[in-house]
Ligand binder design. Structure first.
Ligand SMILES: NC(=O)c1ccc[n+]([C@@H]2O[C@H](COP(=O)([O-])OP(=O)(O)OC[C@H]3O[C@@H](n4cnc5c(N)ncnc54)[C@H](O)[C@@H]3O)[C@@H](O)[C@H]2O)c1
Length: 307
């Protein structure tokens, strides 16, 4: 039996993710959106690309949730995206209501699924989804760190003129302006970038990474990034469906790790068939720890509105 992934929100991120899943034949996809005809139309279009691209994944679209029953993974991308000048937190109230409903409706029909939350402000929306679904923390995971570290990796590769495949980047904290890229754990072919670049050069890359989302928003003017976000989500979907036990930076509910209790924050986790199978803790310097705690507090403040 093929695996089944529900993608709620058939907008830029959701539809591009559906395309990536179909093209890699990872699973059948059900696209759900509130706009009548859009998920059905995009799903049919994707299905009709199959003969040319050579995939047999089934892609269906719907405006209700019955077709999502029995999904292995639910990806939530439903909501409003940022416009120029808007912060992720501006999206808080509107997207909170949407994510709550989506999590309830999907969890009811797929009680054993792993839920991946993309909608911004993502860390807070992951909390809303965990509460609304009633799922354990292992099965509600926020996507942000993989994207942030992909951006950091891109900038490192550009700066040093090396393959992106040689780069690894470590980003902790919330997926927002307070994210904490960690240069000494970011490497090129195993060599920490702190040995390859001057501090000023690294600081510039860190700043560009922090503003990575806003940089795209200001160029696009309408809407926000979706190629890299959907690619990052695909990596998480694949890690779960293939039980890869991949270590990736994801937002999860912390229960004492890093000395943090009862808050979502981006940390390195092991992703496999059960969802988040382990939080991988690293030693932080005093400065790094302070930046991480500041980031956690920023997420907590957002979550407080949904307690
Ligand atoms: N976590 C990340 O790293 C990251 C990266 C990129 C985008 N995002 C976020 O992902 C979300 C989607 O971004 P996008 O570019 O695809 O936006 P988009 O506007 O292109 O798509 C959003 C879709 O959600 C649908 N929608 C709205 N309310 C819904 C509901 N109640 N049920 C089902 N569908 C509903 C809309 O009709 C629309 O098609 C935004 O919140 C954006 O900020 C997060």
């Amino acid at each position: 039996m093929r695996k089944k992934v529900t993608v709620v929100g058939a907008g830029n991120v959701g539809a591009t993710l559906a395309q990536r899943i179909a093209e890699t034949e990872l699973a059948d996809v059900v696209l759900v959106d509130v706009v009548e005809g859009v998920p059905q139309g995009k799903a049919l279009d994707l299905l009709e690309a199959g003969p040319v691209m050579g995939y047999d994944s089934n892609v269906t679209g719907a405006n209700s949730y019955d077709a999502t029953a029995g999904s292995d993974i639910i990806v939530i991308t439903a909501g409003l995206a940022r416009k120029p000048g808007m912060s992720r937190d501006d999206l808080l109230a509107a997207n909170g209501d949407i994510v709550k409903k989506v999590a309830q409706e999907t969890a009811k029909r797929s009680p054993n699924a792993v839920m991946i939350v993309v909608t911004n402000p993502m860390d807070v929306m992951a909390f809303v989804a965990m509460k609304a679904s009633g799922f354990p923390r292992e099965r509600v995971i926020g996507m942000g760190g993989v994207l942030d570290s992909a951006r950091f990796r891109t900038f490192i590769a550009l700066e040093l003129g090396v393959s992106v495949e040689n780069t690894h980047a470590f980003v902790l904290g919330g997926h927002g302006d307070s994210m904490v890229p960690l240069p000494r754990y970011s490497t090129v072919a195993g060599i920490p970038i702190t040995e390859l670049m001057k501090k000023e050069a690294i600081d510039k890359l860190v700043e560009r990474t922090r503003n990575g989302g806003a940089e795209i928003v200001s160029l696009l003017k309408t809407g926000s990034a979706y190629y890299a976000p959907s690619a990052a989500t695909l990596e998480m979907v694949e890690a779960v469906l293939r039980d890869k036990k991949k270590i990736l930076p994801c937002s999860v509910w912390l229960e004492g790790e890093y000395g943090v209790k009862a808050a979502f924050a981006g940390v390195s986790v092991k992703l496999g068939a059960k969802g988040m199978e382990q939080v991988v803790e690293i030693k932080l310097s005093a400065d790094e720890n302070a930046a991480f705690m500041k980031s956690v507090e920023a997420v907590r403040a957002g979550c407080a509105k949904f307690m």
